[in-house]
Ligand binder design. Structure first.
Ligand SMILES: Cc1cc2nc3c(=O)[nH]c(=O)nc-3n(C[C@H](O)[C@H](O)[C@H](O)COP(=O)(O)OP(=O)(O)OC[C@H]3O[C@@H](n4cnc5c(N)ncnc54)[C@H](O)[C@@H]3O)c2cc1C
Length: 458
């Protein structure tokens, strides 16, 4: 016997709770299925815990810099057990809040277990069969573990198991020099680990411009993080009680050794065990569910939201997928994924705030592009704070005068970038912000100056 629902939501990622709230308010009988922790990656093993750990690492770092600011605090010791405890309590606040929210939805039934499509509109959860008129898939992704030689012979951590670490690793090896790997690298260096990042590409952060990637590398190296790039033929080995990464094909020492290993080479969608072969839902070659501009899959009555549709890899993009689906289904509004402007941050310190195109992407458009760049050493507020690393860079379309993109690597760059992002959404010319009077002394007050010194791309 199957149970009938108006809607079934699979996974409690970053789109699902808000979508369930909307389905609930529409009076639709809804089943929400979760196989593990409410709140998915962001709440439990992604954004919230990592940014909580970043905050602890920043506090430790500032305490160590006490003499620069005119104070001393004696010997600084990191109690990783307490750091983890703080992280756990912040995560708990969010997951408890979420549980209360979902628990308060009258028309929503939370079903615990692993969901699998058995037919196009039918899902089984540990023997229970649910049928839904509309099905929304928000199953997210998990750490990709590459099939490196020796991977089966060494213990390794992922972003998920890193959340259980409650002592400071003596020497942390990180395979992967992208967003997740670098955030862990920076925080653990500040907690006191020796850290080596091993990246197979010739530079960190392949999608960022060369100047951005190079400055980020310099920021990390200034704090003693060892970075190895172009490490194309890695192999993993046990060496005594330690773990070794062999990299015979690159310059520099052919081996890096550590006590712990974090694999941070990317993510894969949770679509391999979803029974999609029993439906008409198509995936791309990497397992992401194909969707149209409104998150509809190739199976009528099924939508895919969040990381699993491959159209975004962030909490804000997943949440925006919910907004798009809800607007199109219930509000008679046409909202589309392609209206979204790419934006994200890298939460090292100082952070990188990104909006729109990189310089490399802007060059490829063939448009006449203007570039403005300013070192953070020129920003009064950054000097006052003693945080002068990095630079701000903006790109403008010379003909339309609209902003094309920005990379703000510097004090509060993750926040300040929104002043440019909002201007991009408003489709206003850069002169609007250039003529705005900003508060002194802030980093943002230099954005008009930056925009007043644009030069054609050479
Ligand atoms: C270390 C780390 C740091 C990050 N930091 C940031 C950040 O600072 N900012 C940012 O915007 N993004 C960040 N992200 C990315 C962000 O976490 C994700 O983009 C976000 O969680 C969106 O995911 P989602 O909504 O697609 O689903 P998820 O949050 O991944 O949740 C999917 C849920 O579906 C469940 N599920 C999967 N399969 C099934 C099934 N078959 N049956 C039942 N349930 C199932 C899972 O258990 C999970 O609870 C980070 C990610 C990581 C790993």
């Amino acid at each position: 016997m199957s149970e009938r629902f108006d809607a079934i939501v699979v996974g409690t990622g970053q789109a699902a709770p808000a979508l369930c709230a909307r389905l609930d308010s529409e009076g639709l009988k809804t089943a929400l299925i979760e196989r593990k922790l409410l709140g998915g990656t962001c709440v439990n093993v992604g954004c919230i815990p990592t940014k909580t750990l970043v905050a602890s690492a920043h506090a430790v770092h500032m305490a160590r810099r006490g003499a620069e600011y005119g104070f001393s605090v004696g010997k600084i010791e990191v109690d990783m057990h307490a750091v983890k405890g703080r992280k756990d309590s912040v995560v708990k606040q969010s997951s408890d809040g979420l549980a209360d929210w979902i628990g308060g939805m009258k028309n929503v039934t939370l079903v615990r277990g692993h969901a699998r499509f058995t037919r196009p509109a039918e899902i089984s959860v540990d023997g229970r069969v649910l049928r839904g008129d509309r099905i929304f898939v928000n199953v997210g992704g998990r750490a990709l573990v590459p099939d490196l030689p020796g991977i089966k012979d060494v213990p390794f951590l992922t972003n998920t198991t890193m959340m259980e670490v409650d002592s400071v690793p003596e020497q942390l090896l990180i395979v992967g020099g992208s967003y997740i790997g670098l955030e862990f690298a920076h925080m653990y260096r500040r907690f006191g680990s020796k850290v080596t990042v091993v990246e197979k590409a010739p530079k960190l952060l392949a999608r960022e411009d060369d100047d951005v990637a190079a400055e980020i590398r310099a920021v990390l190296e200034r704090e003693g993080i060892e970075i190895r790039t172009s490490a194309e033929c890695m192999a993993l080995k046990r060496k005594g009680g330690r773990i070794a990464i062999e990299m015979e094909c690159q310059d520099g020492a052919p081996i890096a050794e550590g006590t712990h290993l974090l694999m941070a080479v990317g993510r894969r969608p949770n679509t391999d065990d979803l029974g999609l072969q029993n439906t008409k839902i198509q995936m791309d070659e990497r397992g992401y569910i194909k969707v149209d501009d409104e998150c509809r899959t190739t199976q009528e009555g099924v939508w895919a939201l969040g990381d699993c549709n491959g159209r975004g890899a962030f909490t804000h993009t997943s949440y925006n997928d919910y907004e798009i689906v809800a607007a199109n289904l219930f509000d008679g509004e046409r909202r589309r994924i392609s209206d979204r402007i790419q934006a994200y941050a890298l939460f090292i310190d100082p952070p990188l705030g990104r909006a729109g195109m990189s310089e490399a992407e802007a060059r490829k458009t063939g448009k006449k592009v203007l570039l403005g760049k300013m070192l953070m050493t020129r920003v009064g507020r950054a000097r006052e704070a003693g945080e002068t690393q990095g630079f701000m860079k903006v790109l403008v379309d010379a003909d339309s005068q609209e902003l094309l993109g920005a990379a703000l690597l510097g004090l509060n760059g993750d926040e300040i970038v929104h002043s440019l992002l909002d201007m991009m959404y408003a489709k206003q010319p850069y002169t609007t912000i250039q003529r705005a009077v900003h508060i002194h002394p802030t980093v943002t007050e230099l954005i008009p100056t930056l925009l007043g010194n644009l030069k054609p791309l050479s």
